[in-house]
Design a protein around this ligand. Structure first.
Ligand code: SF4
Length: 358
């Protein structure tokens, strides 16, 4: 059932809709316990901001290495005897993406020992040289932090060089939960909240847009999730550099954190997506659900309650699969269109930066 505006919104909802109010922490906590009101409000705000369109991007992941010096307890991807793709192997993957009419290559990997800025730039340059029209969405704030440290330079200098090498935008991953108490538990060797913020705002200041993300459903509390959302909203108010917010439900397979994590059911996942829409309104317009983590059917249902984007075709997916995802590695544009239409929305193929594809 889609609740429409035929019902009179309450004054509180009216003020949110007119963008005269940003919701506060206490109201977000209260909404969590009033799911009907939460869903209704999320849907109204989605409609207000995005209309009936639900978008997707034709892209390919290239996880160029699973070697990593990190120690994230939620990770099932890292391997001590893992791989590091050669330039040729990377280009083979990009060639397959080109055949698939992809417009974006998303490049991320583990923190392989000894990698420096030049190594990261070389990957971008070789892809850009061979496929100049491909948008390169690459390197998390943690990777930027790592390459900068290994190269003895600042993140700002790294980002300038990456841009010169062909970087188009950056994934706002490695955010996990931006509360240091939780980070110490789940990813003790990762950059801190203020270091993450610093890399992200530096990128925005240099004209590199990023996504924003949240890994939820492990050890964090609802309050921690709300702190995370409010911090992202604050950054967006300052820089305007986030293109979207992506919810990443924790996958509990094959990792150290799995046995200790909370188990979130379908209702809680739907509520979390709805809460993100409300918390980030009106500053972050695009709220994305991950079909590979939620499963495509549930991801489709989120579009009824606040979500307006279903991410990318991916073509290759290693992070969630190693942690227990039973989804396929690729969703075709036709499958996206079917899923979106089945949920009563209008499918739109987009670019990485939310331009409409003709
Ligand atoms: S999540 Fe990334 S940084 Fe952390 S251990 Fe896994 S590969 Fe390394």
């Amino acid at each position: 059932m889609i609740l429409s505006r035929e019902r009179e919104p309450l004054a509180f909802e009216d003020r949110l809709l007119s963008q005269d109010l940003w919701i506060d922490r206490v109201s977000l906590m209260a909404l969590w316990n009033e799911p009907v009101r939460l869903f209704r409000l999320a849907n109204l705000l989605r409609e207000e901001r995005c209309g009936e369109d639900v978008s997707f991007v034709v892209n390919r992941n290239v996880n160029f290495t699973n070697l990593c010096v990190g120690s994230c307890r939620f990770c099932a991807f890292r391997r001590s005897d893992g791989y590091l793709l050669s330039e040729e192997e990377i280009l083979d993957r990009v060639a397959a993406a080109e055949m698939f009419s992809a417009t974006e290559i998303c490049i991320q990997g583990g923190l392989a020992p000894g990698l420096v800025l030049e190594d990261y730039c070389r990957i971008l340059e070789s892809v850009k040289e061979n496929y100049p029209r491909m948008h390169l969405h690459a390197y998390s704030p943690m990777e930027v932090f790592y390459m900068s440290k290994n190269s003895g330079i600042t993140p700002a200098d790294s980002i300038r060089e990456l841009k010169r090498a062909g970087l188009g935008s950056m994934p706002g991953t490695a955010a996990e939960i931006l509360v240091d108490r939780v980070r110490k538990e789940i990813c003790p060797s990762k950059l801190t909240t203020s270091e993450w913020r610093d890399v992200i705002t530096t990128a925005h200041g240099l004209g590199v847009l990023t996504t924003s993300t949240m890994l939820y459903g492990h050890l964090e509390s609802l309050e921690d999730r709300i702190s995370h959302l409010l911090l992202l909203r604050e950054i967006q108010a300052e820089t305007g550099g986030f293109t979207e917010f992506v919810l990443l439900p924790f996958m509990s397979g094959n990792n150290d954190l799995g046995p200790w994590s909370q188990r979130m059911g379908h209702l809680e996942n739907l509520k979390m997506h709805a809460l993100a829409r409300v918390a980030l309104h009106p500053l972050i317009a695009n709220i994305q659900a991950s079909w590979v983590k939620l499963g495509r059917d549930l991801a489709g249902r989120t579009t009824l309650w606040g979500v307006n984007d279903l991410g990318g075709t991916l073509m290759e997916e290693n992070i969630s699969r190693t942690a227990g995802s039973v989804e396929t590695e690729c969703m075709t544009p036709g499958q996206f269109r079917d899923l979106i239409e089945r949920n009563g929305r209008v499918p739109v193929q987009r670019t990485t930066l939310y331009g409409r594809m003709r």
